[in-house]
Design a protein around this ligand. Sequence first.
Ligand code: HAM
Length: 452
Amino acid sequence: MSDDTQEEKVAKPKKLQTPPGIHDVLPKDHEYHTFIKKVVRHRARQAGFRRITTPLLEYTQVFDRGIGEDTDIVEKEMYTFPDKGERSMTLKPEGTAGVVRAYIQHGMKTWPQPVELFYIEPHFRYDRPQKGRYRMFWQFGFEIIGESDPALDVQCIFLGKKIFEDLGIWDRFTLQINNIGSAKSREKYKEGLVNYYVGKERSLCESCGNRLHKNPLRLLDCKEEDCKILAELAPKFDQFRSKEDEEFHAKVKEFLDELGMEYVENDRLVRGLDYYAQTVWEYWDKNTGAQNAVGGGGRYDGLVELMGGGEPTPAVGFACGIDRTILHMKDAGIKVPSKDNVHIFVAQLGDAAKKKSLPLIDQLRDRGVRTVGALGKGSMKAQLRLADKFAVPYTLILGITEVREGTIIIRDMSKGQQKHVKMEKVVDEVVKLIGEKNLDKYTPGEVSISKD
Ligand code: HAM
């Protein structure tokens, strides 16, 4: 066989694509991401939260210990693999365990308490991909570590509401709350549940059967029909709550009432992570309920100690899915403001014109005029077609004659009219046409230098 024929036989490379459940964020969706981030940062700053970024990749133990080995996330959904040094590593499936690891590692208990942190980040879960459920998804989350008070739980719950109000979608959700008590009362409840389910194992689905002795609480929110019927009749947690749990829960409800925040008491709400104690809550879609909660959280008083932080440290927090938030915003027809529109297109012909257009583009951008220059080799016609595609209101045209005469053409794209102006006047003229209030002014803020 000749080399040529062999070459022909080489298979064409397959089209490269993202893996299932993992998506690019394209410019149109970035407009939503940017807007949501802006709202989250604004609300976080107002409430004294500071931003933290924990690594996307951590030692697996952080999540095994933090989230709980018997949870769905740890059992089935983590992206875990050995690194080249044979250490088990995991792409973070949620934010809380990493934040608590950072709290301990950086000695944050010596900071003024409580420490209030927020994050906006991607997370990874090997979930079954479907609408609103992805393998890489974005969350914004808030954590308050170092103080216990039902008022802090309510502040978190309320912060979620404020953010969804700012985004224009709060009316689509209900707040579901529950109190799952202290670790001690939960142990008693778990015993009560196991006693109830023993003898009924044959009616349970396979995963509930496996979970019964390890994590019986999870049986309460199984979606299988038979399991749902059994869960309905199972003992309720309120029979096992201690007096302190009851008091804590009553305070949470009292504070929610004070803020005029409606809630649904949901004694089936247990959440899928092991670290919770006392208050838990979720923001549910009014139409689909538990299926695709847009956010959730709760108190996790035992986690710092469990992860090696020494003394017991109270904490509370929540996280919301940005991808699901965007789906809701689009479904509600909400458009977000975008700053991606370009003000001016600079077209030029010939080397001398290209040279002159470079400082001009720089001056326009410095004044806040969003400017794109056609610096390739296209004909004037091709450049004007490109200007149309950018949908700019004005195009500046610089040819050999204009360079010689020290002028430039301003073309009004909608009217198709154009006029010559002096080159040294063009920036002021353009600023006037675009209007001061529409300029993209960039103020990075002043930096200071300190020797210490
Ligand atoms: P979570 O309920 O597992 O809680 O996740 C919070 C939110 O992330 C969910 O309500 C959902 O909107 C979004 N989410 C979760 N999985 C996916 C997925 N596969 N695809 C798209 N969105 C998803 C936590 O992660 C806790 N760390 C929250 C917390 C913070 N608790 C205390 N502090």
